[in-house]
Unconditional design. Structure first.
Length: 261
């Protein structure tokens, strides 16, 4: 787990047995995504490339980062008096992650999308639901769901983005994916997946804690699957109108969540 990041202070993986269980679950999640989510398999089909989807997906990634930028300080603040070390770790991590939107913006600029267009775009309903889940769980429980989302994104990006970017580069060129590549490489160099895992494991002490982790992970995965369905339909201008595109988000989330049980 060697890293150049000053805030990655862990030399080994915490709770490795539980991590093995979660790794197996995430492999299942990825399989279900490609097998069960409508049109997901097209993300690996070179003949199905859509510039509209490429743009909208990157815009949504930027919007999601911008929205999470307001959540991460709340996580750090929660731990300020409960676990000062965790407060420091998440504060530094969140501060870095909060400006990664500019990496993806660089790629969008290269295909003619301006900052004005990016930041004036309304997030998908699925993204709104995801952020609502963060605030709700912080209000009635604690920040665990928001933290689990960080781990989920780091893990899934490392597994899915290399193949997606290889495919996209064949259509838009390597010079138009430099931001996404830089983001992926930074996560790898600084070992973000294991670092975030270890931060969260500071507060996972019991079997009940582990079950809460799994439940949050399952719901977050369902919401990201719902996001894909919504953004695909929107970018491909399917027969659904905007209202129906938004309506599929909770429906897709429920279906995927039930599949994972």
């Amino acid at each position: 787990m060697a890293s150049t990041a000053a805030y990655n202070t862990y030399e080994s993986l915490l709770n490795p047995n539980f991590r093995n269980k979660i790794d197996d679950l995430l492999v299942k999640f990825e399989q279900v995504f490609y097998e069960k989510v409508e049109n997901a398999d097209k993300m690996l089909d070179e003949s199905q490339f859509s510039m509209d989807l490429y743009k909208r997906h990157n815009i949504e990634t930027i919007l999601r980062i911008a929205l999470k930028r307001a959540v991460d300080p709340l996580i750090a603040n929660y731990w300020a008096t409960r676990d000062p070390q965790l407060c420091k770790e998440w504060g530094l991590y969140g501060a870095e992650e909060g400006r990664h939107d500019r990496m993806f913006a660089r790629d969008l600029h290269a295909v003619g999308v301006t900052d004005e267009e990016i930041y004036s775009t309304k997030p998908t309903f699925a993204t709104e639901l995801l952020n609502g889940y963060f605030y709700y769980t912080m209000a009635v429980e604690d920040p665990l769901a928001s933290m689990v989302s960080g781990f989920y994104l780091e893990y899934m990006a490392s597994k899915t983005q290399p193949d997606w970017l290889d495919r996209m580069e064949k259509h838009v060129g390597k010079e138009k994916t430099t931001g996404a590549r830089a983001h992926l490489q930074l996560d790898i160099d600084e070992d973000h997946t294991d670092m975030v895992w270890n931060s969260i494991m500071r507060i996972i002490k019991t079997h009940e804690d582990e079950q809460r982790f799994i439940e949050h992970l399952t719901k977050i995965h369902a919401l990201f699957c719902a996001y894909f369905v919504e953004v695909y339909d929107t970018s491909h201008q399917t027969k659904k109108d905007d209202a129906l595109n938004a309506a599929v988000a909770p429906i897709a989330a429920v279906k995927i969540h039930n599949t994972m049980k």
